[in-house]
Design a protein around this ligand. Structure first.
Ligand SMILES: [Zn+2]
Ligand SMILES: [Zn+2]
Length: 155
């Protein structure tokens, strides 16, 4: 057993092995909130993240976090949007679109990137190759979510 400080309420708690940084009480509250949000989305399909956050008294970031973790699917007509971190296509949950996810699992995307990079390097020798624009865009998006209120952000 090790002693941890709950990152939500600041109470000390003990845990054996992995912990997500919350004491038992806060974990239960967190789960309750998740169920509440899921219930709300079920009865109010097409709600925006801010509508959900107001109705369920939790942060937009938390709602978006759950969306990113694939806990919720965004409904058609929802104003909450996510973009594929590889190709920039609109997606409803997770980080990559279905096509990119499949390609990454097969290792095709890494290969395609390396080929593209090699080609570019050959075309302009001696010039530093910048990072891919789509990546930068999606990184900014991720960084926006990455603040102290986000339970998954690193201290
Ligand atoms: Zn706590
Ligand atoms: Zn994609």
């Amino acid at each position: 057993m090790r002693t941890y400080t709950c990152r939500k309420c600041g109470e000390q708690y003990e845990a054996a092995g992995l912990t997500d940084g919350l004491c038992e009480k806060c974990v239960m509250e967190h789960l309750d909130k998740y169920h509440q949000v899921r219930e709300y989305l079920w009865t109010h399909p097409g709600s925006t993240a801010s509508e959900v956050s107001t109705a369920c008294d939790c942060s937009v970031r938390q709602v978006m976090q759950w969306v990113k973790e694939d806990r919720f699917m965004l409904t058609d007509g929802s104003k909450v949007l996510l973009y594929c971190a590889n190709c920039g296509k609109k997606i409803t949950s997770g980080v990559y679109c279905t096509a990119c996810k499949a390609a990454i699992e097969k290792g095709e995307i890494e290969a395609a990137r390396t080929a593209r990079l090699t080609q570019r390097l050959n075309n302009m020798k001696g010039i530093a190759v910048g990072s891919h624009n789509t990546d930068e865009g999606s990184m900014r998006f991720l960084n926006n979510l990455n603040n102290p209120n986000n339970p998954n952000s690193k201290k």
